[in-house]
Write a protein that binds this ligand. Structure first.
Ligand code: ATP
Ligand code: MG
Length: 308
């Protein structure tokens, strides 16, 4: 049973860069042991929000508390409780893999022996043992991401901020990260995760906040969001205007979306409705699949690319 302690609380949280509002009066709460996903298009304000949580960026207005402490005047305490895997690579290029971890551990006053024990355990878990003595510059992109995650765990944080932790990882490494996140959730670690992988959000997050243009536009568990916005199943078939009309008549309330030469049909009817339709109408090149979070994301945030 997840306790309802509020570990992160934002009220009217706002960040402006000159006149540009990157985070626009958002309110949210994160409870102990929850994994909350921030999903949103490029430039939505996810990284900016996460950065305010660990005092990397000051707020423009509003309130933000982490573990009950205001980020405005308790940065030291907050930093000791939080583990951060930032979106950017901020590893120290002058040090080796192991030394990056050991130097980082010093900020938390972890005794040397203990720091070495933890660093070695993390390198082992993230399969970086062999790279222990090598300089950062010679690591591959995915290895750097793994090291950044490993580093975030060194102070055994109660709160973990993961900004796109699996971008650039191969499938094996991604599953390693997922395993670790699941393990940490069992330990009641509170996790904020941003990701562009909807499958990842669906697999790991208890709750999702969809952000767009600095605002939270929707919130719920992955299953709730899918059910509410796209129903249970999606029918995909080659685009055909006549067929679209027939579908609309046969399935009242269905929502049809054209994607190039294909179309997707969403309905709030339960499983089986498309199968019924296909028994009456023989179609080629047709698929019925379960609705998913990516459908929700595209429906709520649109299909156009976000340009900065
Ligand atoms: N230091 C800064 N100075 C000026 N503008 C900034 C700064 N940091 C972020 N922005 C702007 O704020 C907006 C939000 O950026 P942010 O990095 O939070 O987006 P994001 O949701 O993390 O996007 P992505 O998915 O691409 O990582 C963008 O328009 C970005 O250009
Ligand atoms: Mg970002």
């Amino acid at each position: 049973m997840v306790s309802r302690d509020v570990l992160i609380q934002a009220e009217g949280l706002t960040k402006k860069f000159d006149d540009f509002v990157a985070v626009d009066h958002i309110d949210f709460e994160v409870h102990r042991g929850e994994c909350v996903g921030f999903l949103g298009p490029n430039g939505a304000g996810k990284t900016t929000t996460v950065r305010m949580m660990y005092c990397f960026l000051p707020l423009t207005s509003g309130e933000l508390k982490v573990a009950g402490l205001s980020v405005n005047n308790h940065c030291r305490e907050i930093k000791s409780l939080v583990g951060v895997a930032p979106q950017e690579d901020n590893l120290d290029p002058d040090f080796t893999v192991l030394d990056n971890l050991l130097v980082y551990a010093r900020y938390f006053d972890i005794p040397k022996d203990e720091a070495l024990r933890r660093a070695k355990a993390q390198l082992k878990f993230f399969q970086l043992e062999e790279k222990s003595g090598t300089p950062i510059l010679t690591l591959s992109t995915g290895m750097k991401r793994r090291l950044i995650f490993a580093r975030a765990l060194l102070n055994e944080p109660q709160i973990l901020l993961l900004d796109e932790p699996t971008t650039g990882l191969d499938p094996q490494a991604r599953h390693l990260v997922w395993d670790e996140v699941r393990y940490l959730k069992k330990q009641q670690v509170t996790i904020i995760l941003t990701t562009h992988y909807m499958e990842e959000a669906q697999a790991l997050c208890d709750r999702i906040l969809i952000v767009d243009k600095g605002k939270i536009i929707e919130e719920g568990s992955p299953a709730e969001l899918v059910k509410k916005h796209v129903g249970e199943e999606v029918l995909e078939v080659d685009f055909d205007e006549k067929l679209a009309v027939i579908l609309k008549e046969a399935l009242p309330g269905a929502h049809i979306e054209r994607l190039g030469d294909r179309m997707q049909i969403f309905t709030d009817q339960p499983h089986g409705v498309f199968e019924g339709f296909l028994k009456e109408h023989k179609l080629q090149n047709v698929t019925i699949r379960n609705a998913n979070l990516e459908d929700v994301f595209l429906k709520l945030t649109g299909r156009g690319l976000r340009e900065e």
